[in-house]
Design a protein around this ligand. Sequence first.
Ligand code: M6R
Length: 352
Amino acid sequence: EKGRYEHFMLKEINEQPYIMMKIADTIEYYKKFSERLESALKSGSLSIVAAGTSMHAGLIGKFYLSTLAGFGSDVIIASEFPEWSRHIANGDVILAISQSGETADVLEAVRIARDRGAKVFSIVNVPGSTLTRLSDEYVFIQAGPEVGVAATKTFTAQVASLYVISSLISDPTSSEDLREKLLSISNSILKDMGRVDEESRKIAGLLKSREHVFFLGRGVNYPTALEGALKLKEISYIHAEGYAAGEYKHGPLALIEEGVPVIALIPKERSLINKIIYNLMEVKARGSFTVTIQPPDVSLPSDRRLVVDVEDELTSPLIYAIPLQLIAYYTALELGRNPDKPRNLAKSVTVE
Ligand code: M6R
């Protein structure tokens, strides 16, 4: 049921702070999975396998596992797994991430990995899905049913789960700190939701007539930028691309001309801010219309600012994802598209 919301997508976007509270209150639930993953990782390499939005969450998971837990990993796009996984052997570990647990490419990858003797861990939303049956260990992201074709609440629930799992691997006694951190993030999202919704709607009004939109991010928000672009193209049909901010000058910069919107996700960490300011000035000098999604108290040369309350760099994708989802949602509405049912797409892709 959509309740008071016009679309499932908007309802699901608004559910996000409550799902984070649920994850905060069930940190212990992730413990066994984290312990087993850590012990499996002692004997083999880790490959994260997923598609679409879940793959973007997987890239953030790679960042968390590296930064928090000290484990290196590879992220393999599920449909490419058969070709890119020939090195995977007995004792290696696959971490499959899938909302539905039914994505054909993910299931095929897992079958291949199992045949080679790899251990399969998975992060899933739908209970009883095929992926849980093919996995040695699985954990649920507890986001509840997602009806909108565009993944929203399941993205942040995957990211929050990966944050919890990586933090528990790093320090199994950190449950209480994690709980407090996630609760404070959900409270700050709730507090700002009305304003962020309104400002995202205004930005959507500026994007609706544009042909291309670019999203830039650094570090942990490089995958968030990819996700912002996927959301926008998927439901508004405007051409959108996400890039690592520093990679942009290696080619895509040629596409910038007067009025092309560039949406930059501004890091919280001071040491990264100067770099992104330089990236912004580069596109601005070529006529781009710049929007920054940013922490308070940072003065930036952007044409439009959307300020959010970022707690720390690592958890910032949980907060930045929300205006990106809302911008995509309102742009789709401005263009008369149905955001819940984008053309050509199905909620779960059960063919390879
Ligand atoms: O159910 P899954 O998480 O395995 O689905 C993967 C992708 O098909 C999915 O994330 C898709 O990219 C979404 N429609 C994006 O919003």
